[in-house]
Design a protein around this ligand. Structure first.
Ligand SMILES: [Zn+2]
Length: 193
């Protein structure tokens, strides 16, 4: 048993360095310190004795308790996605058979853009999303060695730039023709039947 530094009651500590019996006493003890001692560092030192990272978290815990809400503190890991939930690609080429090619034009290609595209791809693995760079030879950052184009290759995006974008147009036109043939063939056959 140990004696609480705040309320003097005896308590059974659950942490080796514990100095008070509970969260309420910890906040009270901290708030009684002379203002000069109520620094962030001291707050942290106090909070750690109950397993928290900051006095604000301890205050949250006190608030939950006050409302009779039971809680677990930092006991579960969650995975998360990027905060951007919706992404609208710049262009969509729709083919007659329902196929789509999405095209994102990028002048400046920021780390945020890249994270977003990776997340979009991860969440939409079958999407045909292609990148059209203003300059594919731009470096990812002033320190980086790899270029926009290399990044796109690495992550499996088809990409074009001012020198190769004609290829994109050709591919689109060919796909359109293919669709045309497919649909006209289908119409002929349906007429036959
Ligand atoms: Zn106490």
């Amino acid at each position: 048993m140990r004696k609480c530094k705040q309320c003097n009651k005896k308590y059974k500590p659950f942490r080796a360095n514990q100095i008070v019996c509970n969260e309420e006493c910890l906040v009270a003890l901290f708030e009684q310190l002379p203002p000069r001692q109520r620094t962030r560092r001291i707050a942290r030192e106090y909070s750690i004795t109950l397993g928290y990272k900051s006095i604000s978290e301890v205050r949250c815990a006190v608030a939950f308790k006050k409302h009779g809400i039971s809680y677990q503190y930092e006991d579960l890991k969650l995975q998360y996605r990027l905060p951007e939930q919706n992404y609208i690609p710049d262009f969509r080429i729709q083919f007659k058979d329902g196929y789509n090619i999405f095209i994102e034009y990028k002048g400046k290609f920021t780390p945020k853009d890249r994270r977003k595209l990776l997340s979009v791809k991860e969440c939409n693995p079958t999407i045909d999303l292609r990148l059209w760079f203003e300059r594919s030879t731009n470096k990812l950052s002033s320190k980086a060695k790899s270029t926009y184009g290399e990044w796109a290759d690495k992550h499996g995006f088809l990409w074009y730039d001012r020198d190769t974008v004609e290829k994109l147009f050709t591919e689109i036109l060919e796909l359109e023709k293919k669709c045309e043939r497919k649909t006209s063939k289908a119409t002929k056959e349906s007429v036959k039947v």
